[in-house]
Write a protein that binds this ligand. Structure first.
Ligand SMILES: Nc1ncnc2c1ncn2[C@@H]1O[C@H](COP(=O)(O)OP(=O)(O)OP(=O)(O)O)[C@@H](O)[C@H]1O
Ligand SMILES: [Mg+2]
Length: 162
């Protein structure tokens, strides 16, 4: 006998796609940065040089950071706190993380208590990751880049790119 259709998954993320020039990166990063709140996790995916740090920089600038944020590739975690920003933000690059125990040592979840996490190379987290994160993926190259956003329920009401 046929069973009734399964109910729609409540956690289904909305997906949006946007042209992504360098100018768009500044505008999109500023718009997302402005609505960041404590507890947020923003995942930044894309190939080497896709523009992940550039987007994170625009978010940090929107929260008051003067000057250009360094890439966290070598520091792995670059924390920012008031007064240089108006919301604590940890800018993270997991590219050099190879083992799960290295990841645990970073204690990333602690930053969510009062701040937000911006994470480059989140693929290093494995498939578990953070299901409630805003997941941004940059694809393409040169002047033909595209930004795809997986917008979870926690972000739908404030998603600025409609
Ligand atoms: N949307 C864009 N359009 C064109 N060029 C861009 C764009 N975003 C970033 N760039 C340029 O691409 C280069 C690499 O950018 P960025 O460092 O942000 O990449 P990344 O994805 O963080 O790289 P990595 O994988 O090494 O961390 C920089 O020179 C930057 O100015
Ligand atoms: Mg980078």
């Amino acid at each position: 006998m046929l069973s009734p259709a399964a109910p729609a998954k409540l956690t289904t993320a909305m997906q949006t796609r946007h042209p992504y020039t360098l100018e768009d990166a500044g505008r999109i990063g500023a718009a997302i940065g402005a609505v960041l709140a404590p507890g947020d996790v923003v995942l930044l995916s894309g190939d080497l040089g896709a523009g992940k740090t550039t987007l994170a920089r625009a978010m940090l600038k929107a929260r008051g950071l003067a000057g250009e944020a360094p890439s966290p590739t070598f520091a792995i975690v670059q924390p920012y706190a008031p007064p240089e920003v108006d919301l604590p933000i940890a800018h993270v690059d997991l590219y050099r993380i190879e083992r799960a125990d290295e990841l645990i040592e970073l204690g990333l979840d602690d930053y969510r208590h009062d701040g937000a996490l911006l994470i480059e190379w989140p693929e290093r987290l494995g498939p578990e990751g953070w299901p409630d994160a805003l997941a941004l993926t940059i694809s393409g190259s040169g002047d033909a880049r595209v930004l795809t956003a997986q917008v979870p329920a926690a972000w739908e009401a404030r998603w600025p790119l409609r």
